[in-house]
Design a binder for this molecule. Structure first.
Ligand code: FRU
Length: 476
């Protein structure tokens, strides 16, 4: 297929069912599909949206273009779960094509209000000259998971002095007021987070101020802002595109960053005593992480494992990208920790002692003080993902140079992470055929990425570490 603009933005009703059937047929031959990670049924998956707890279930939506592995006319596809581990895919729910979202139902958030779930998202609207006019739209989902869109945008245009890049609303309820954070690009090409306020979630929404959390320039655009609170401490997760390497050193095409503060000033919308800007993930492919505070008090997050403006080897199979496991965020010793929620422990089946491992495996190991531990996951073709942990220098390296079909080679094939030197290092690797999530010291650092080996069997080689191997349930 030649993915012209016309084809990518063709109304859904103009596609024949054959397209989906053909993609499903191709996908059924794939050796790169995943066992226990969320992946698109067909086409491209990007940002997690509307992560929430409503009507006694977990809800999550994914940005989806179902007709091919490209960024086209996006919908929100609905997933539900009883345990944050097993997800059911109900198909597209927020379907684009109305006046307020003619060229895509872009990213946003969800919040329970009364008996319904309120969705706030960006309507991507373009005119006949292909000029973008972003709208911030609303929709209600009822307890039967039926959707009713609000036809009139809640926020009809960007604030004066800002450009058409104005999207990804996160709704927050605090002190009987609704607030909404929106990522924006100013006319001077700098990235900002704008705050709007309303008495009722349906508006009227009024511009309040900018979120203040740094004096530095946040690149040319901020996507997907999320403000969450761990106890009284604010954590801001965001994607500052084009941020200078001197402000945030990063290797991927675009970073996913965070800031933690000591406290939050709700009058000025200011993070008090913000940390420096940090990478949320030191790996290859994490972006657009969405977080929210669950009713049980935990702060939960999900990351998109995929990057904008990047092609992946699965494109030839008609699908692209996946999500991380659901992670719990905590602050310990003034550092942000991320670790798969405890519910994932139900995936662990039996310890395995043979050299061969299943495609769905969790490996855990420990490197003693002043030792270099190496773990390699290899295929029968000699392809390998290599992990080096140097506890003398407090360095972790993940190398996918020779792991199979390459991805984003120009951005480097090795990633690294720093921890305190001269200390033991522990690691948990959640491996799932073509995706890995490596958690260092129970979530002090995380390195996430994809590999695309041609081999079908996996083996583990290790040096200077004791590896515990666990076979995981196949759940899809
Ligand atoms: C981030 C992003 C968002 C936008 C969405 C469109 O990956 O560009 O800013 O809302 O994807 O799918």
């Amino acid at each position: 297929t030649k993915w012209t603009r016309n084809l990518r933005y063709l109304p859904y009703k103009n596609w024949s069912d054959n397209q989906i059937t053909a993609i499903k047929q191709k996908i059924s031959q794939s050796h790169w599909r995943l066992g226990y990670h969320i992946q698109p049924t067909t086409g491209l998956l990007n940002d997690p949206n509307g992560f929430s707890y409503f009507n006694n279930q977990w809800h999550l939506f994914y940005q989806s273009f179902p007709y091919g592995p490209v960024h086209g006319l996006k919908n929100w596809t609905h997933l539900t779960s009883d345990d944050l581990v097993h997800w059911q895919d109900h198909g597209p729910l927020v379907i684009p094509g109305d006046k307020q979202d003619s060229h895509g139902a872009y990213s946003g958030s969800a919040i329970p209000v009364g008996d319904d779930l309120f969705l706030m998202y960006t309507g991507n609207v373009r005119d006949s000259k292909w000029v973008r006019h972003p709208k911030q739209d609303g929709a209600w989902m009822d307890a039967n998971n039926q959707l009713k869109k609000i036809a009139t945008p809640l926020i009809g245009k960007p604030k004066d002095g800002f450009t058409e890049h104005f999207r990804d609303p996160q709704v927050i309820y605090h002190g009987k007021q609704y607030y909404c954070l929106i990522g924006a690009r100013k006319a001077d090409n700098t990235g900002h987070i704008l705050v709007y306020q309303a008495d009722k979630v349906t508006g009227p929404w009024k511009y309040k101020t900018e979120l203040k959390f740094t004096n530095q320039t946040m690149g040319y655009m901020i996507e997907c802002p999320n403000l969450v609170f761990i106890g009284s401490r604010p954590v801001l997760i965001f994607c500052p595109q084009g941020i200078d390497q001197s402000v945030l050193s990063h290797r991927n095409i675009y970073p996913n960053a965070y800031v933690i503060g000591q406290s939050f000033d709700w009058n000025n919308f200011e993070i008090i005593q913000p940390s420096s800007i940090e990478n949320l993930d030191d790996g290859f492919d994490a972006y657009a992480t969405q977080a929210f505070k669950a009713p049980d008090g935990r702060v939960l997050s999900v990351s998109w494992i995929g990057l904008p403006d990047t092609t992946y080897p699965t494109d030839s199979e008609g699908w692209a990208n996946c999500y991380s496991l659901v992670k719990e965020l905590k602050i310990e010793n003034n550092k942000l920790y991320q670790y798969p929620v405890v519910e994932n422990d139900c995936l662990g089946k039996n310890k395995i002692s043979t050299q061969g491992i299943s495609a769905q495996t969790k490996l855990s190991w420990k490197v003693s003080t002043d030792t270099v531990g190496i773990v390699c996951i290899k295929t029968e073709l000699g392809e390998k993902l290599q992990i080096v942990m140097d506890s003398t220098n407090g360095k972790i390296l993940v190398d996918r140079t020779n792991s199979g079909v390459s991805v984003s080679k120009d951005f480097g094939t090795i990633r690294s992470s720093d921890v305190v030197s001269h200390k033991d290092i522990t690691a948990d690797l959640w491996f799932d055929n073509t995706v890995f999530e490596l958690y260092i010291n129970h979530g002090e650092r995380v390195l996430t990425g994809r590999i695309f080996p041609n081999g079908r069997q996996f083996y583990v080689d290790s040096k200077n570490v004791n590896v515990c191997k666990m076979r995981l349930d196949k759940i899809y």
